[in-house]
Design a protein around this ligand. Structure first.
Ligand SMILES: Cc1cc2nc3c(=O)[nH]c(=O)nc-3n(C[C@H](O)[C@H](O)[C@H](O)COP(=O)(O)OP(=O)(O)OC[C@H]3O[C@@H](n4cnc5c(N)ncnc54)[C@H](O)[C@@H]3O)c2cc1C
Ligand code: FES
Length: 259
């Protein structure tokens, strides 16, 4: 899939609770190229000496009619803090679209599980399935209700399930304790993104149920194009670059998921 580098105009920025915000951007020139769910952008953070390296962010959604790309971001450090200060009309530079994306071929009963900012790529994936005539089951989880700002975005495309660690919404507990986990055999594939421990627990349950599970890794990155090797992850076939050969892998390929 063709990779581009280009400037994007900030159309809108919406701030949520829990230090999360949604950035709506449109290319200054040309049209958005096609992108797969699970692919990401690498954003240059201007005017900040602490952020020489671009910051990788998953594609949360794309509206090709209005040529708008949505990025859902949590403030964790200098780079994301600087991005949260963008205003309507500002311009940002991005490499787009990077990585491999989820494989949806031949899947009719998918279960998507997202935690924290790992919920972001699940939105575009859920819409991708919906366009193919499949309504996916999407389970999202967070520490509290405040971490679930994206939930309304799923209402037209998914059968949405929620869990919260503190029970403030949906079922109380981790996503792996949700009652849908007792029905894993009704799904033909699980897709997950979120904190490493969550994905490892999801992958273990998937393996026990004999269902393939794709995980999207969020390793720290620099170049995003396979040049610096700072993002490698050990796999059963040796070290592999998460930015070019991932971020999506089958859980059974990853050494960190099979100890
Ligand atoms: C493929 C991919 C997709 C991603 N998608 C999203 C997304 O959709 N939304 C979102 O909010 N974030 C996403 N991330 C994580 C995001 O890239 C980091 O949070 C961001 O780069 C941190 O930059 P910073 O300058 O704000 O923080 P820094 O100052 O660089 O770091 C602050 C803290 O965050 C930690 N951190 C830095 N990078 C990561 C990382 N990749 N994962 C976990 N912790 C990290 C650091 O260890 C440190 O503790 C994604 C990462 C990858 C690799
Ligand atoms: S981030 Fe540079 S090789 Fe992956």
């Amino acid at each position: 899939m063709k990779k581009e580098i280009g400037d994007f105009r900030v159309l809108k920025i919406k701030h949520y609770q829990d230090k999360d915000f949604m950035l709506y951007v449109r290319p200054l020139k040309g049209e958005l190229p096609q992108a797969l769910p699970g692919q990401f952008v690498n954003i240059r953070v201007d005017h900040s000496p602490q952020t020489l390296l671009r910051r990788p962010i998953s594609i949360c959604d794309i509206d090709f009619n209005s040529q708008t790309l949505l990025l859902y971001i949590k403030i964790v450090g200098e780079g994301t803090q600087a991005l949260s200060s963008l205003k309507e009309g500002n311009v940002i530079n991005m490499l787009y679209p990077l990585g491999n994306g989820f494989n949806t071929e031949g899947i009719n009963h998918p279960l998507l599980i997202g935690g924290g900012t790992g919920i972001a790529p699940m939105l575009y994936l859920s819409k991708w399935f919906h366009k193919k005539g499949i309504t996916p089951t999407v389970l999202i989880g967070g520490r509290t209700q405040a971490a679930l700002s994206l939930k309304d975005f799923f209402k037209d495309t998914a059968h949405l399930l929620i869990s919260c660690d503190d029970g403030s919404e949906g079922e109380k507990g981790f996503v792996t304790q949700h009652s849908i986990i007792n029905k894993l055999s009704s799904f033909d594939k699980i897709y997950t993104c979120g904190p490493m421990v969550m994905m490892q627990a999801v992958a273990t349950l998937a393996q026990q149920a004999g269902i393939p599970c794709e995980v999207s890794l969020e390793n720290v990155m620099a170049c995003g194009i396979g040049a610096c090797l700072c993002c490698v992850t050990p796999t059963v076939s040796g070290n592999r670059c998460v930015c070019t050969e991932g971020p999506v892998f089958l859980s059974t390929e990853l050494t960190d998921f099979n100890n």
